[in-house]
Design a protein around this ligand. Structure first.
Ligand SMILES: Cc1cc2nc3c(=O)[nH]c(=O)nc-3n(C[C@H](O)[C@H](O)[C@H](O)COP(=O)(O)O)c2cc1C
Length: 332
């Protein structure tokens, strides 16, 4: 084995990294390979002007892709070292990743296998709650990647969080520009390589008021008012600061929580709508996190009823649309 992965290995790892979740499935990233490294760059042309004017969700999305990349490399036998935000003159240069051979652990392989099985699950979940040992493993996954996971299951806390979500949704839905952007990114059709497909969104009332109401929705399921079994739980992923580096770590932690959850058989969904509006974001920070943690993403977790098939995969852009070589790395 050489001391660096060949181009095909890097390409395979990047292809898996692109399965990472992103806001509205916007996939706001570009990759470059050099002989010794993989470079991750933000793609500002894919920032969502209405839901994400500050680019927070864009950076979090890049963070999920970065963590997916590291897991894919690890499972292929490559340890990675990440230099985050390596060039202060180019804040869009998210990470430079160097690699060296190693033996993958069972955990690396399990998490990598979870990459293609993970879905953002918005359907009604079963009545089984997620017990403490599972929540503890998710919290550890977040912590190991620079985030903090707070459990918002306690009824008073959950009700506060849902109130914030309802208020944020009402504010955003009141904006014609927000609605136009959501329509643009929702239900783009079978040939689209981005956006949220109608086939991944329940058509009936939302199972959980924190879930964003995408206009194109065609998954048929029961009525949450009648099928009151849903025992989903909401977690808040937070960081100590709110600079770009913290947002990046939030994305990496989000990926770690989602893949760890998927590997344990949990259904998961990231949710940021309640945090996209300044007032409700402050509400979550001050009333639920004691004012000292910065909420970055909510995560819905629960168990999918055994009778349900997995949702289809959401689309991704082709590798040649997001990857180039720097400077024209020769195929080895
Ligand atoms: C930063 C971020 C924010 C997101 N916000 C929401 C949200 O508010 N509501 C929601 O239903 N899904 C949300 N998602 C999930 C994306 O819509 C989902 O990842 C994307 O459509 C791709 O689908 P997949 O996760 O099933 O691969 C978010 C994902 C990320 C990474």
């Amino acid at each position: 084995m050489t001391s660096r992965p060949d181009l095909a290995t890097k390409q395979a790892a990047i292809a898996l990294a692109c399965r990472a979740p992103s806001v509205h499935n916007s996939q706001p990233w570009q990759w470059r390979t050099t002989e010794h490294t993989i470079q991750l760059l933000a793609d500002p042309s894919r920032r969502l002007g209405q839901v994400d004017p500050d680019g927070r969700d864009l950076v979090i999305s890049c963070g999920t892709a970065l963590h997916h990349l590291r897991i894919a490399l690890a499972a292929a036998g490559w340890a990675s070292w990440v230099h985050r935000l390596p060039d202060p003159r180019h804040p869009g240069h998210i990470a430079s990743v160097d690699m060296a051979p190693m033996t993958p652990s069972d955990e690396d392989v399990k998490l990598a296998a979870a990459i293609t099985r993970r879905r953002s699950e918005r359907r009604l979940l079963s009545g089984w709650s997620v017990s403490t040992p599972f929540l503890d493993r998710l919290a550890t996954a977040a912590q190991e990647n620079g985030g903090m996971l707070a459990d918002a299951s306690e009824p008073g806390v959950r009700s506060h969080l849902l109130d914030a979500a309802v208020e944020a949704a009402a504010r955003q839905n009141g904006s014609p520009a927000y609605r136009a952007e959501l329509i643009e990114w929702s239900g783009r059709g079978r040939l689209a390589d981005d956006g949220v497909p109608a086939g991944n969104v329940p058509a009936g009332p939302a199972a959980n008021r924190a879930l964003r109401a995408f206009p194109a929705a065609e998954v048929v399921e029961g009525d949450p008012a009648v099928d009151a079994d849903d025992a989903d739980q909401l977690l808040v992923l937070a960081t100590t600061s709110d600079d770009v580096r913290s947002q990046l770590l939030a994305g990496e932690s989000l990926s770690a929580v989602l893949l760890t959850g998927t590997a344990m058989g949990l259904a998961t969904c990231p949710i940021t709508q309640p945090l996209e509006v300044e007032t409700t974001r402050r509400m979550v920070r001050d009333e639920l996190l004691g004012g000292c943690w910065i909420p970055q993403v909510l995560i819905r977790v629960g168990w999918l009823p055994a009778s349900l098939d997995p949702l289809p995969e959401t689309p991704r852009r082709r590798l040649d649309q997001v990857l180039s070589r720097w400077p024209a790395e020769a195929a080895r």
